[in-house]
Structures are given as C-alpha cells and as structure tokens.
Design a protein around this ligand. Structure first.
Ligand code: ZN
Length: 243
C-alpha cells in the first residue's frame, strides 16, 4: 500500500501536478492542510485534491482564514493581502469544502495527523527538537505527520536520552520507522527549507517506511501567474529560493 502524504499546497497547481505525476498511483492521499493562500490557483488545487483516492484532508490556518473563520489580522501584510484575494476568488463550493474539513487531530491506524502539531493542530510550528519532544505527549500513536512549517524533516525519539534526533532527509532515502517520530513531508507549493523543489512523502504502512521526495516544477510559470493576479511579488520571489 502506498499513501501519498502532502501538505501546504498553497494554491500552486503546477507544483501539485508535478508531485502527483511523480508519486504515480497511490491507494490513499493524506493532505495535511493549507490548500490555499499565497499561490494563484486556489480553486484548481482544491478540485485536484478532492479528486484524489481515499482522501483524508485537514484544514490549515490559511484555509481557516480564507473561509472566514479566523481573523485575517493574525497574518502578516502580504499573507493578509493574499488571503483577501483567495476569499474573493474561491467558488462557493470550494469554500464549503474548506469549511467542512476537520480542525482537530485525525487518527488513521498507527498515525496521527495534524496541520501544525498534535498539541495545537492549527497554529503550532514544530521547528525544533524541544517542541517536538513536548508534542510526543499529545498523541498516542507511534507516529504523527504534520505540515505547517514547510520544512521536510523527521524528529525521531531517542528513548535512552529521552530527546529527539532531528533528521533532514536526503532525497532518495527511505526511512524505516521504529521509534516514535513526528514527520513532516515538507511543502508542495512553497518550500521553506532552501530547496525550491516541491516536497512530499510516500508512506508505506505495511513496511513502516517513510519516503521523502522532491520534484522540480516550472517555478517561472507560477511566478508569472502570481504577478498577473496582482498577488504580492514577494510570494513569487520566494519560490525560486525556497524560503
Ligand atoms: Zn502553510
């Protein structure tokens, strides 16, 4: 069984299509939220994600803001401007889809799923070993998959020292999961770990293997659409540097 794990698509259809082509056929798709915000293709991305097989999809902080359930003042100026545009651009049907997405931790077999963290599923960023260690206390499954930070990273528990090892995965490596861990597939549509390629992961539950992947896509085409839509230029620039 192959499960596609993706997060933070952020309305970047070109990156999403590249990821889906690279992943090939999958049995299930687990999307950890932030379908919209920043990019130029919110409706197209939602449609595409809705078409994935056996989809589980969580709501992210940007999705929550776009559907009007979170004050836009919580976002910085550029993100705020972008969210206003998304709010106006989204179809009623797609807004309703976002509104129906779960905002709490979802459990599936041995895995808990959250957008931010199991402690605070919408907002908390798991960016370092100490935050990851604290969050071990907030889920009971062996593994938790999170998004939100836009970093492709693995936090793995070292039982003897009772701390977390931080692993920045290498492309092409497969990680056999043994200890408890918090794993982030990275961001499809706006990576922030200085690698501009779209990030995602495949999870093989029977083998308990996590396979982080990166895929190139036509960044210039997306930058062009961002500028044409008069979305903040900064959101176009950052795609090329992965920040
Ligand atoms: Zn995000």
């Amino acid at each position: 069984m192959r499960i596609l794990v993706l997060s933070d698509v952020h309305a970047n259809l070109t990156a999403l299509e590249a990821v889906l082509a690279d992943a090939g056929e999958v049995d299930e798709a687990w999307c950890l939220g932030d379908l919209v915000g920043y990019g130029p293709d919110p409706n197209e991305c939602i449609q595409r994600i809705r078409s994935l097989p056996n989809l589980i999809c969580l709501i992210g902080n940007h999705d929550t803001a776009a559907n009007g359930n979170l004050a836009l003042a919580a976002f910085n100026d550029d993100a705020h401007r972008s969210l206003l545009w998304h709010k106006e651009t989204l179809s009623q049907e797609n807004l309703a889809f976002l509104t129906g997405l779960p905002s709490e931790v979802v459990r599936r077999g041995d895995v808990s799923l959250a957008h931010g963290s199991p402690r605070d599923p919408i907002w908390e960023y798991v960016m370092n070993a100490s935050t990851a260690r604290i969050n071990l206390g907030f889920f009971s499954t062996p593994w938790c998959f999170v998004g939100h930070s836009h970093m492709q990273v693995i936090f793995q528990h070292r039982a003897e020292q009772d701390n977390m090892e931080v692993i920045m995965p290498s492309v092409g490596d497969r990680y056999k999961l043994t200890a408890r861990a918090i794993l982030n597939p990275g961001s499809v549509g706006q990576p922030r770990d200085r690698d501009p390629r779209a990030a995602y992961a495949l999870f093989h539950p029977e083998m308990q293997v996590w396979e982080p992947r990166r895929v190139e896509y036509d960044i210039r085409a997306v930058q062009k659409r961002i500028l044409e839509a008069r979305l903040p230029a900064r959101h176009a620039e950052r795609l090329a540097g992965g920040w």
